[in-house]
Write a protein that binds this ligand. Structure first.
Ligand code: SAM
Length: 437
């Protein structure tokens, strides 16, 4: 059962939904923008809130734009294409500031200018779902539909790297012709500077006819197929076997980063460069300093820090990424002033932190869960005097900011980085400094 109603939208929430209130009840309305008067249809009702979809717009926001993608509204990949690009960033900035205040009770002394990058065709890492639908007699290749486990029937995608987006319908055609079309649920995309890798999750081995079709496709479209039979450790290159390694470069620092398709890299490599540049300016590493890069991955920040001449310790939970980071330090001539260690940072304690030695500065770039145990372990007298915190979740940043403030830090500055245009993801960067007592 759904109901129709007419409301004025007060703001946008963290997921890009319009927020309205009726008699104290909050209605979250997909597709509605701040200031608009809309009718909506609820698909979930609870005593204190409802989740709804816009059905009609009676007064339009001046910030409303025509979504570029024909799958917008169905595909779950984007939620903000109907909002002007600059306004999207302003919304994210407000979400960051509000969350810091409401969850962390902290305000930044300075709000940094947002970092912008290209807004279309930026996505170089993606997990794409595949579903052969017998009833439709066709194979679907795309992101999941909104609020659904169904795969969207995507002919194109405006945020994926253009070459990969153009391959979506061709991949659907390819898979539908394979004998294992029911046993191939996912394609992982990794765009590199020399090669583009597509990892096919294959639950049964391809037949020799399948292999022939895969080889022909890879050659025709100049991509490299990899096969994954079980967990990520089973990912192996399939064709061509003589392709160059996946890699991205950081020209400002003269660094090249090879990586494997199973390894974490930032989704938007152009914005990644700008982000690193800003992080380095804020961290201001100096020769002779000792700096830790927590959640260092393959060394994305560690190696640029090391270029300054500072001594850097990179810590990361994945053994494979630690090995990759070490290798990347060697190939970039930075092994002399970098060290890496594998550690579960969600289990950090004050004693374990003290054992790592004294640091002048920290860079922290955690996953969505944040870095609570790590920041709680910074209580000692020798705590670093500056922390640059890169966050993909304002809620955990705000929670961790409150902990840092309790430990004598001041939030000097914070700002958003538009790493994921048209989606509701909020990537941000914040600088904390130890207050002088
Ligand atoms: C947002 S990524 C950042 C990686 C790297 N800084 C970069 O820019 O490429 C977060 C990293 O945290 C690592 N990670 C996740 N959980 C962890 C844990 N419990 N302990 C240590 N590292 C963890 C992931 O493997 C991933 O490399």
């Amino acid at each position: 059962m759904t109901t129709e109603n007419r409301v004025t939208i007060e703001s946008l929430d963290q997921e890009g939904r319009g927020v309205a209130r009726i008699e104290g009840k909050v209605i979250f309305i997909e597709g509605a923008l701040t200031g608009e008067i809309v009718s909506y249809s609820s698909y979930r009702k609870k005593p204190s809130f409802e989740l709804a979809q816009v059905t009609q717009i009676h007064k339009f926001s001046s910030m409303r734009v025509q979504p570029k993608c024909k799958h917008f509204g169905v595909c779950g990949g984007c939620s903000m294409q109907h909002l002007d690009e600059r306004a999207q960033v302003a919304v994210k900035q407000r979400i960051l500031e509000d969350t810091l205040w409401h969850i962390g009770k902290v305000k930044a002394e300075t709000i940094m200018r947002p970092i912008y990058g290209q807004t279309w065709g930026y996505r170089e890492r993606a997990r794409i779902s595949v579903k052969h639908v017998i009833k439709k007699g066709k194979t679907l290749v795309g992101f999941h539909e909104k609020r659904s486990s169904f795969v969207a029937d995507m002919q194109s995608c405006e945020i994926l790297a253009p070459k990969i987006a153009a391959l979506l319908p061709l991949l659907a055609e390819l898979v539908s012709g394979l004998s294992i079309r029911d046993r191939l649920p996912q394609i992982e995309v990794a765009v590199g500077e020399q090669v583009d890798a597509l990892v096919l999750r294959v639950m049964d081995p391809p037949t020799s006819a399948d292999e022939t079709a895969l080889r022909a496709f890879a050659d025709k479209h100049d991509i490299q197929f990899w096969l994954q039979s079980k967990g990520p450790e089973t990912i192996v290159p399939f064709h061509p076997l003589d392709a160059p390694a996946l890699s991205y470069s950081l020209p400002e620092f003269g660094i090249t980063m090879p990586f494997a398709p199973s390894e974490f890299t930032q989704v938007n490599s152009a914005l990644n460069r700008v982000m690193i540049s800003r992080a380095m300016r804020l961290l201001d590493p100096q020769p002779g300093e000792r700096i830790a890069d927590f959640f260092c991955g393959l060394g994305n920040f560690t190696l640029p820090i090391a270029k300054s001449g500072a001594e850097v310790l990179g810590i990361e939970g994945s053994d494979a990424l630690v090995a990759r980071a070490r290798q990347n330090a060697v190939t970039n001539g930075l092994a002399g002033n970098t060290k890496f260690a594998a550690m579960n940072l969600f289990e950090m304690t004050e004693a374990a932190f003290a054992q790592l030695g004294i640091f002048d500065k920290l860079l922290i770039d955690p996953p969505r869960d944040g870095a609570l145990e790590l920041v709680k372990s910074l209580g000692g007298d020798n705590a670093p005097h500056r922390i640059v915190y890169v966050s993909c979740n304002p809620a955990t940043l705000a929670r961790d900011a409150a902990e840092l403030v309790q430990r004598g830090y001041v939030l000097k500055s914070a700002g958003v980085m538009n790493m994921f245009p048209h989606t509701s993801h909020v990537e941000s960067i914040a600088v904390f400094e130890k207050a002088i007592t």
